[in-house]
Unconditional design. Structure first.
Length: 319
């Protein structure tokens, strides 16, 4: 199998390393910045030359604002594609992508690697068992101090800092929106959102968002995203008629409280961050080989992307 990788920053590097780890060494890069790589892979700067390599699958891992032009052409050619989240940065781009997906014959996957976190897998398994009963309320929280994300570069020069590059918590931390949709349900209607830039940690992108919606089953879902929290905190909390569940994605454990029983806790001590990315990649390859639709499909990516873009556009229209 021959892979193409668009973008060779930190995430592009990770995907290439994982491809090689899985025995795929026929890899071609498309990159606009930098030159040369540790694996002596072929590099192109021209997209048409890149496509002429006869690629079986492509991974899009450049900055979000650059996704759409490549994704649109890849979908038209029915090439298998794994797209880093979020799919695109603008509503008009998303509408174009949606129309193309309807007739797309390739295998397309949104790179929601958090779905491959063992805590999320355990949480999904337990929620599907229905032992908690009716869900009343769920909380999805992620906070990480932006300057700590990429300690070797000025955070104000990162794409996260700039709205025009697709930066800001709504798109950058869209995993929590996807997890809320995946584990609980999509919104029946939006009850509340508060989005703002309240620090000097970004140039002009939003650094905090609080979102509350009601799902079709009447459960209330709240989502918190920020660049402000010192250290790193990420969790899911579910409160239901028969008990509660706490899933710590920053400390790698799931704790379950059921009525009339002792709390049970499961740790994932051997988990490493790259496991998520590698398992996501092997799942994508497996879907191609078996010609089956990935659970984290392009349409799943469209759903969370549309929700985030709508909130983002409403905020910037008013500010």
């Amino acid at each position: 199998m021959k892979f193409g990788v668009i973008g060779y920053g930190s995430i592009g590097n990770r995907h290439v390393d994982n491809l090689i780890k899985n025995g795929i060494k026929d890899i071609v890069l498309l990159r606009k910045i930098g030159k040369g790589n540790a694996h002596q892979l072929i590099e192109h700067t021209d997209f048409d030359l890149f496509l002429s390599e006869g690629l079986d699958a492509i991974i899009i891992s450049n900055p979000t604002y650059m996704h759409s032009n490549y994704l649109i052409q890849i979908l038209k050619k029915d090439i298998n594609v794994l797209v880093e989240k979020p799919l695109v940065a603008k509503q008009k781009e998303l509408e174009h992508v949606k129309t193309l997906i309807d007739n797309y014959k390739g295998i397309g996957m949104t790179a929601y690697n958090m779905r491959f976190n063992p805590c999320v897998i355990e949480t999904k398994k337990f929620l599907d068992s229905k032992l908690l009963g009716k869900i009343h309320y769920a909380r999805f929280f992620v906070g990480q101090y932006l300057p700590d994300w990429r300690p070797n570069m000025n955070h104000l020069k990162s794409y996260s800092s700039e709205r025009a590059m697709g930066g800001g918590v709504l798109l950058d931390l869209i995993h929590e929106i996807d997890l809320a949709f995946f584990l609980i349900d999509k919104p029946n209607y939006l009850a509340f959102s508060e989005i703002d830039k309240i620090s000097n940690l970004t140039k002009d992108s939003e650094d905090i968002a609080e979102i509350v919606y009601k799902a079709k089953d009447q459960s209330i879902v709240s989502i918190h995203l920020d660049y402000l929290t010192r250290g790193y905190e990420r969790f899911i909390k579910v409160y239901a008629e028969n008990g509660n569940l706490v899933s710590s994605l920053s400390e790698n454990y799931v704790k379950i409280f059921l009525s009339n029983s002792e709390p049970k806790i499961k740790y994932f001590k051997d988990f490493s961050r790259n496991d998520m990315y590698n398992n996501m990649l092997t799942s994508f390859i497996d879907c191609i080989n078996k010609q089956i639709k990935p659970e984290s499909s392009l349409l799943e990516g469209v759903s969370s992307n549309q929700f985030a873009i709508k909130l983002r556009d409403e905020y910037y229209e008013q500010n």
